[in-house]
Design a protein around this ligand. Structure first.
Ligand SMILES: Cc1ncc(COP(=O)(O)O)c(C=O)c1O
Length: 366
């Protein structure tokens, strides 16, 4: 691909002194799990995200799962139909059943009214997803949470550094789950994740749960539901090198997204998403007519693209337990047929964005 969807070489090259230094330190200590790289990374991440604690885990899916396990949620959980299937997989792994809500047609984030209307006595938790790096309006959830005693687990797997109404996500609930899948705004070179919280007791329970229910290698007798979900030291070496650059990289993404917005304005077949304050532009997504043909055309020209996500989760065979059928969530169903993610990464040049936008315009002109 001449212009791929993402290019991870640039962040790696920009930070190589730092990650090589961390890798050397790790090798000198010969401790490859729960050593000083993970401990330091957890401290640095909590500081960067204005929270008290961060607990490194093996991926974003287990981050969500462990939050639900810690909160004892085994009944039903409301989440958005437009998200990575892993959001639903995590809910199931915790022993609960997902119930899907529709999305807002302008932002593609969970539709608050639609979701709140699904809350009843069987619902134990809500998992709002800060999709594409765009934060949900978390303040709206406060009264619903209070009146129904709900737990909120925020899926921030695509939203490293994003804020809701100017506040860090931990201001709205004690469970915020992140993924460090390689292509994320903060990614490692494999699978990784973290839970960020400002509640000390929750952080110490989660630290046990991710290590099979152990504390400092000793089984904690009252701890049930532990799994092996540790973050590897080697990933922490890279994450520690990348973290100090996250804000700069997010600013680069914001500029590139604004350039796409300006270049695609006025193309009748392209519908841009409504901008959401506090977004970190994980993905640049637009809604288009003839989406699959456009993708083929771009691919022939050496331009990458992707669809996040082609099947709304209520229509996914893996989630048939939800008993929701085609037509139940019309906004998500329509959006899933139209959305396309265009290339975006820190280090991408303005002329690359111009080329992609020009080819999109060209496709619709023809
Ligand atoms: C919205 C969302 N939720 C959950 C996940 C799961 O994260 P991971 O792949 O690290 O398990 C991802 C990542 O793909 C995601 O994008």
């Amino acid at each position: 691909m001449r212009i791929p969807m993402v290019n991870l070489r640039i962040p790696l090259a920009r930070t190589q002194d730092a990650w090589r230094h961390n890798l050397n330190q790790m090798d000198q200590r010969s401790q490859y799990l729960l050593g000083s790289q993970v401990v330091e990374f957890e401290r640095e991440l909590a500081l960067a995200f204005r929270a008290k604690h961060a607990v490194g885990v093996s991926n974003g899916t287990t981050a969500i799962e462990l939050c639900l396990r810690d909160a004892g949620i085994t009944n039903q959980v409301v989440t958005t139909a437009l998200t990575a299937p892993f959001t639903g997989v995590a809910i199931q792994a915790a022993g609960a059943t997902p119930v899907f809500a529709d999305v807002d047609p302008d932002t593609l984030l969970i539709d608050f009214e639609n979701a709140a209307n699904r809350v009843n006595r069987r619902i134990g938790a809500v998992v709002p997803v800060h999709l594409y790096g765009r934060p949900c309006d978390m303040a709206k959830w406060r009264p619903v949470v209070r009146s129904h005693g709900l737990v909120i687990v925020q899926d921030a797997c695509q939203a490293h550094g994003a804020l809701s109404a100017g506040k860090p996500f931990t201001a709205f609930s004690p469970y915020v789950a992140y993924s460090f899948y390689p292509t994320k705004n903060l990614g490692c070179l494999g699978d990784g994740g973290a839970i960020v919280t400002s509640r000390s007791r929750i952080a110490s329970r989660l630290a046990c749960l991710r290590d099979g229910g152990r504390k400092n290698g000793e089984q904690v007798s009252r701890m049930r539901g532990g799994i092996n979900a540790r973050l590897d030291e080697i990933h922490a070496c890279y994450l520690r090198a990348f973290l100090p650059h996250l804000n700069t990289w997010n600013e680069e993404r914001a500029k590139l997204a604004a350039l796409y917005d300006a270049l695609l304005e006025g193309v009748p077949a392209v519908r841009r998403l409504q901008s959401v304050p506090g977004s970190v532009n994980h993905l640049y997504v637009v809604r288009v007519k003839r989406r699959n043909r456009l993708r083929k055309y771009l691919a022939q020209l050496g331009i990458g693209s992707a669809v996040h996500y082609p099947v709304p989760l209520h229509l996914h065979p893996a989630f048939s337990d939800c008993k929701q059928k085609r037509g139940d969530l019309p906004v998500a169903e329509k959006a899933a047929k139209e959305i396309v993610s265009l290339p975006l990464w820190p280090g991408m040049t303005d002329s690359q964005v111009q080329e992609v936008a020009e080819k999109v315009r060209q496709f619709f002109r023809s």
